[in-house]
Design a protein around this ligand. Structure first.
Ligand SMILES: C[S@@+](CC[C@H](N)C(=O)[O-])C[C@H]1O[C@@H](n2cnc3c(N)ncnc32)[C@H](O)[C@@H]1O
Length: 233
């Protein structure tokens, strides 16, 4: 066993260091707890810049749910929100969709622009912090909006309004497991679908995703916007 530490034995320097460590720790908690999106984006930038998750961030194929959903559809306009390095945006553009892709990470967007240029794909890639509402989602504008592995509950309403009548929204978010505490990065089971009351649910799944880079339980939803006449905005 370690002998108990006597705080009286701390020198002034070590007290200062301890205080600074405490302050740093408090700062980390504040920024993780949800009111400081800048820090989060800063962390995403670091992750992408250092290629900390090379395989999942840069080499993974498009999400199977998106591929399966889109396969039978004629190409149209698509908005990929929180697109990361663009696996889904690239796939959509390769299949004839006119794609706008948005992410808060400038590194992710630079990477996507490079990847699109290499393949000669015309993707509009935009750096915007969605939590700060830096990207305005035009109403009735998109045949498809995808929000994959990004949770910002107050984004669902503007995203829904952005889908054309008859258009489709795909959402994938992490959900809490039994006994797990709620975090700002996850919804409870059943919660995602509640955002889409009045929409036609084309696909719902809660559990382990079929998407290789992701192993934690998710809620997946594909919903079609009904005609304007029966969906008040
Ligand atoms: C798990 S990745 C998902 C990437 C992509 N949708 C996919 O399925 O591969 C989450 C993305 O959300 C972005 N992000 C986090 N906070 C954001 C914010 N406030 N505004 C815009 N993008 C944000 C990150 O930069 C990151 O690229």
């Amino acid at each position: 066993m370690f002998p108990p530490r006597s705080y009286n034995n701390f020198s002034k320097g070590s007290t200062r260091r301890a205080r600074s460590r405490q302050a740093h720790f408090r700062l980390a908690i504040v920024s993780r707890s949800g009111n400081n999106p800048f820090v989060e984006i800063h962390e995403w930038n670091k992750r992408y810049r250092l290629r900390e998750h090379e395989t999942s961030d840069f080499e993974s194929p498009p999400t199977p749910l998106l591929v399966e959903t889109i396969a039978p559809l004629a190409p149209g306009s698509a908005l990929d929100l929180a697109c990361g390095a663009g696996r889904n945006a690239l796939w959509l553009a390769e299949h004839g969709w006119q794609v706008t892709a948005v992410d808060g990470s400038s590194v992710a967007i630079e990477t996507l622009r490079d990847r699109a240029a290499e393949r000669n794909l015309p993707i509009a890639a935009v750096v915007a912090d969605l939590e700060k509402h830096e990207f305005e989602i035009e109403r009735d504008r998109w045949d498809l909006i995808a929000i994959c592995y990004y949770l910002q509950p107050n984004l669902f309403e503007p995203a829904k309004r952005g889908v054309k009548p008859g258009g489709i929204l795909i959402a994938i978010v992490h959900i809490t497991e039994p006994g797990q505490a709620q975090t700002r990065h996850s919804l409870r089971p059943g919660e995602l679908e509640a955002f889409f009351k009045g929409w036609e649910i084309l696909h719902r799944h809660e559990g382990i995703p079929t998407d290789k880079p992701h192993r934690r339980p998710v809620a997946e939803l594909v919903a079609r916007r009904p005609p304007l006449s029966i969906w008040p905005t």
